[in-house]
Design a protein around this ligand. Structure first.
Ligand SMILES: [Zn+2]
Length: 225
C-alpha cells in the first residue's frame, strides 16, 4: 500500500460538533488523477478520407474561436449537395459554399476565407447548446425562429432579413478574424455589433466551445428552434 493510499484511509479525529472527515481532501493533490485539459480535437478530412487541403486547415488553425469538435468532412466539387427549396417548393442545387449537417462543408475552389469561416460557424452552431442560441438572440433581439429552412424542414424564407442562424455564422466568422474588433458596418448576412457587443458575442462563442457536442440531435434547432 502506498503512503498516499494509506494516508487517504486515515480519518481526521472528530472535532467538537463536526463528524469525522476522511482526509481524502487533504490528500487529493496526490490521489486525484491530474486533469488534463485538451481542446476537442478537430480534423478536416476530404472525400478521399485524407486530410483536407492544407490552406483550409491553416485557416481553421488561425481562427481565434473554438472550432467545432470531431471530424469535419470537406468536399470541394460537385455543388452543394444540400437541396434547398425555393418559395415555390422547387428544389435547387447551390454552387455556393455551404454547410452540410451535421459535419460537412462544401468549399469549392475560390472560396474566400471569410466564407469558409462562416460555414464553419454553421457547423459550430449544430453542436452548440441551445442556450447559446438563446443568448445570441437576446443580444440582438432577434425573433424566432433560429432557422426556417434547410435539412428538409421547409422553404427559403420570404423575408429579406437574414435569419438568426445566418447572423450567428457571420458573428462566428467575425470573431474568428478578430474577437476585439467588429466588422465595419453590417456583414453580408446581417451581423453588426459595437466593439463591446462584439466582444460579448465572442466570449459567448468561447464559452460555447466548452460545451460542444458533435452528437447533439439537429432537430433541436429545426423548425421554430
Ligand atoms: Zn450561412
Amino acid at each position: 500500500m502506498s503512503l498516499a493510499v494509506a494516508v487517504s484511509l486515515l480519518l481526521v479525529p472528530a472535532a467538537a460538533g463536526h463528524p469525522a472527515t476522511p482526509i481524502v481532501d487533504a490528500a487529493k493533490g496526490v490521489l486525484a488523477p491530474v486533469p488534463i485539459l485538451v481542446a476537442p480535437r478537430t480534423d478536416f478530412v476530404g472525400t478521399n478520407g485524407r486530410p483536407a487541403a492544407p490552406a483550409l486547415r491553416a485557416w481553421a488553425r488561425d481562427a481565434r474561436v473554438p472550432l467545432p469538435a470531431g471530424t469535419i468532412r470537406v468536399r470541394t466539387r460537385g455543388g452543394c449537395p444540400w437541396h434547398l427549396r425555393d418559395a415555390g417548393g422547387n428544389r435547387r442545387m447551390s454552387s455556393a459554399p455551404c454547410s452540410i449537417p451535421p459535419n460537412g462543408l462544401y468549399v469549392p475552389p475560390g472560396t474566400p476565407r471569410t466564407l469558409f469561416l462562416h460555414e464553419l460557424g454553421h457547423i459550430f452552431d449544430y453542436q452548440m447548446p441551445a442556450a447559446t442560441r438563446d443568448a445570441f438572440r437576446r443580444q440582438f433581439k432577434l425573433p424566432r425562429p433560429w432557422r426556417t429552412y434547410g435539412m428538409g424542414f421547409g422553404r427559403l424564407p420570404a423575408s429579406p432579413r437574414p435569419l438568426a442562424h445566418e447572423q450567428f455564422a457571420d458573428a462566428y466568422m467575425a470573431c474568428a478574424l478578430d474577437p476585439r474588433r467588429p466588422p465595419n458596418g453590417t456583414t453580408d448576412r446581417g451581423y453588426r455589433a459595437s466593439p463591446r457587443r462584439h466582444r460579448a458575442v465572442c466570449d459567448l462563442i468561447d464559452r460555447a466551445g466548452d460545451a460542444l457536442d458533435a452528437t447533439r440531435p439537429l432537430t433541436t434547432f429545426g423548425r421554430g428552434g
